[in-house]
Design a protein around this ligand. Structure first.
Ligand SMILES: [Fe+2]
Length: 332
């Protein structure tokens, strides 16, 4: 079985690299390297890049890359139907990749051997006093203003036209495990949404690394990046707002995965998310089924905009499962 360690990076295409650099640095990513046609942005973790912005005539996500545990895993991947051979990566830090395509034609790179870089200074997680449990004594809370420090890429959410095929592919080829399925009625075989985690055995891993949503077309809904804690997220929200960016949806807390979320739309129209405090599952965690309804998406936060369901799509190509009750409400 292919052993995937984590999601590694995404490659987005943009027409205007200056505009996206401005946005992403306010979002909390750090420019690590630049060429005429690419900007490599990193988080505070040890990877040399987690987001590659590439100059192109059209905009959108072009590659999702996962790091595998070893060269043996790349050799396994290279034997999958339609896989490329093992090829050197053309980015800073070197390494190797095998390229696959999921049933929608989306490019998935499996990578290994990228040279780590030194981590950037990162504010430590705050020590919080709850009403019941006091943990901070004689010390003050001063997280400091500024952009949220992005630490790592956490997950990508994708709209899919053929849920059954896509779910089968991500489970059988990438070995992912469903954490939660959103179903409408009794049809668990073709869920409205599927939240898939990596299979890392007994090791705890994010509740979802890929989320699939039934949609009118195959399109990326959002990529999500982890920040240290709730204060980082709120201070990052304030920073983005002060720089003139308009909040898309957040700050709030999701239900499935429990992450505290904050969504923004970049200058090219892509959705991007800060998250913190997500659930961790392992191979002993059960698969859960949830009925689609208003309350399946968030526990608290600002009212959800109908635009969230549209993602990068037109009205007729709704991206996320859209409960009937919300459909009625937004039609009013
Ligand atoms: Fe997300």
């Amino acid at each position: 079985m292919l052993r995937i360690k984590d999601i590694n990076h995404v490659i987005y295409q943009h027409k205007d690299l200056d505009a996206i650099e401005h946005f992403l640095t306010d979002f909390g990513l750090v420019v690590a390297h630049r060429t005429e046609h690419r900007i490599y942005l990193r988080g505070t973790g040890p990877l040399p890049y987690v987001y590659i912005a590439e100059r192109a005539e059209s905009s959108g996500l072009s590659v999702i890359a996962f790091a595998v545990e070893s060269l043996d895993d790349l050799q396994t991947a290279a034997r999958f139907p339609g896989a490329s051979g093992i090829q050197p990566l053309e980015h800073p830090g070197g390494g190797y990749r095998v390229t696959l395509h999921d049933p929608s034609g989306r490019r998935i790179d499996l990578v290994h051997g990228i040279e780590a870089v030194g981590a950037l200074p990162q504010r430590a997680a705050l020590t919080l006093n709850s009403a019941e449990e006091k943990r901070r004594f004689g010390d003050v809370q001063r997280p400091g203003k500024g952009a949220a420090q992005v630490m790592r890429l956490g997950h990508v959410a994708i709209g899919v036209t053929d849920m059954v095929r896509m779910l089968r592919w991500y489970r059988s080829i990438l070995g992912m495990l469903p954490s939660d399925l959103i179903v409408e009625g009794d049809d668990g075989n073709c869920p409205a949404a599927a939240f898939l985690r990596l299979n890392r055995g007994a090791t705890w891993t994010d509740h979802h690394t890929i989320a699939l949503f039934q949609a009118g077309k195959d399109v990326v809904h959002h990529a999500s990046f982890e920040v240290q804690d709730f204060d980082a997220q709120c201070l990052g929200h304030q920073w983005m707002t002060e720089q003139g960016w308009r909040p898309f949806w957040g700050v709030g807390r999701h239900v499935l995965g429990s992450q505290i979320f904050d969504y923004w739309r970049d200058p090219s129209g892509n959705l991007i998310e800060h998250f913190t405090d997500g659930d961790l599952f392992n191979n002993a965690s059960p698969m859960n089924h949830t009925q689609a309804c208003d309350s399946s998406l968030y526990q608290w936060g600002p009212p959800m905009s109908v635009e969230y369901f549209l993602g990068g799509c037109s009205e007729s190509e709704t991206i996320a499962p859209r409960p009937d009750s919300l459909r009625k409400r937004t039609a009013q």
